[in-house]
Write a protein that binds this ligand. Structure first.
Ligand SMILES: [Fe+2]
Length: 241
C-alpha cells in the first residue's frame, strides 16, 4: 500500500456532476448545518464564514480556491481516487494541495460513510483550510510523515486521525467538535455529543495506544485544549522523527 504511485489529479474542462449528486450535497448540507452551528468549534465556524459554501449544489474548485489560497497558500485539487493512500496523500500535502475526491456517498449513507466522500472533504475539511493558524498545523504532518519509517508512519496517521479527523476541543469549558470526520457525519457527531464515547486528553501516550475505527464509530476520542496545545503535543513526536 505504501508503494503506490502518486495519483495525478485529473484535469477537468468543467466540473460536471449529475444533478442527483448536487441533491445529495443539498440534503447533507441541510442536515448537517444546524449540527455544526451548535457543536463545531470556533475555528470551523470562522472558516465556514470565510468559505461561504453553497447550500444547494457542489461548489466548484475555482470558488473554493478563491477563498482558500489567498489567506493560506493551500489549494483544493480534485482526484478520481476514492480513498487515497497515505503516501501520495502526504506528497500532495507537502505541496499544499488538499485532495478532494470525485466520489459522493449514496442516499443510503447520508448518516455515515466509511469512505471519505466529497462532502466530507469539502464540508468537513475545507473551512479549516481557509485559516492560516490551522493550515500551519496541517503543514506539520507531511515533513514528519515523509521522513518517518513505516512504524512511525502508522503513529503519525493515528495522530492525524484522532486530531484533524476525529478530535474534540475544549472551549469555555464545553467540548466542541474539531475533527472533519465528525463534522461531516450526522451519525457520529450525535453519538459523541450524546455522551456515547469515552473521552481522554489528547496526549501522545493516550492516542498511540488506540486504534483507528474506520468501519464503525470510534470507541474512544481525545480532547485538545487549544490549537497551540495540539501543535505542541504533535511537535513532541514529530521533532523526534
Ligand atoms: Fe478527512
Amino acid at each position: 500500500m505504501e508503494a503506490s504511485p502518486i495519483p495525478q489529479p485529473r484535469r477537468r474542462k468543467a466540473e460536471t456532476f449529475a444533478p442527483e449528486l448536487h441533491e445529495v450535497w443539498a440534503a447533507l448540507y441541510a442536515r448537517q448545518l444546524p449540527n455544526v452551528q451548535r457543536y463545531a468549534c470556533r475555528a470551523y465556524q470562522e472558516g465556514l464564514d470565510v468559505l461561504g459554501l453553497p447550500a444547494d449544489r457542489i461548489p466548484t474548485l475555482a470558488e473554493l480556491n478563491a477563498r482558500i489560497t489567498p489567506p493560506t497558500g493551500w489549494r483544493a485539487v480534485r482526484t478520481t481516487v476514492r480513498y487515497s493512500d497515505a503516501v501520495p496523500w502526504y506528497h500532495h500535502f507537502a505541496r499544499r494541495q488538499f485532495l478532494i475526491t470525485d466520489y459522493m456517498r449514496s442516499w443510503e449513507e447520508l448518516d455515515f460513510t466509511p469512505e471519505p466522500d466529497m462532502f466530507h472533504d469539502i464540508f468537513g475539511h475545507l473551512p479549516f483550510m481557509a485559516l492560516p493558524d490551522y493550515t500551519a498545523l496541517q503543514e506539520m504532518f507531511a515533513p514528519a510523515f515523509l521522513r518517518a519509517d513505516d512504524a512511525r508512519r502508522e503513529d503519525i496517521k493515528r495522530l492525524a486521525w484522532f486530531s484533524t479527523e476525529f478530535g474534540l476541543i475544549r472551549e469555555d469549558g464545553e467540548i466542541k467538535v474539531f475533527g472533519a470526520g465528525l463534522i461531516s457525519s450526522f451519525g457520529e457527531i450525535h453519538n459523541v455529543v450524546s455522551g456515547g464515547v469515552p473521552l481522554l486528553p489528547f496526549t501522545l501516550e493516550n492516542v498511540l495506544r488506540h486504534d483507528k475505527a474506520i468501519y464503525s464509530f470510534n470507541s474512544t476520542l481525545f480532547v485538545i485544549e487549544s490549537l497551540d496545545a495540539l501543535k505542541a503535543e504533535l511537535a513532541r513526536y514529530f521533532d523526534a522523527v
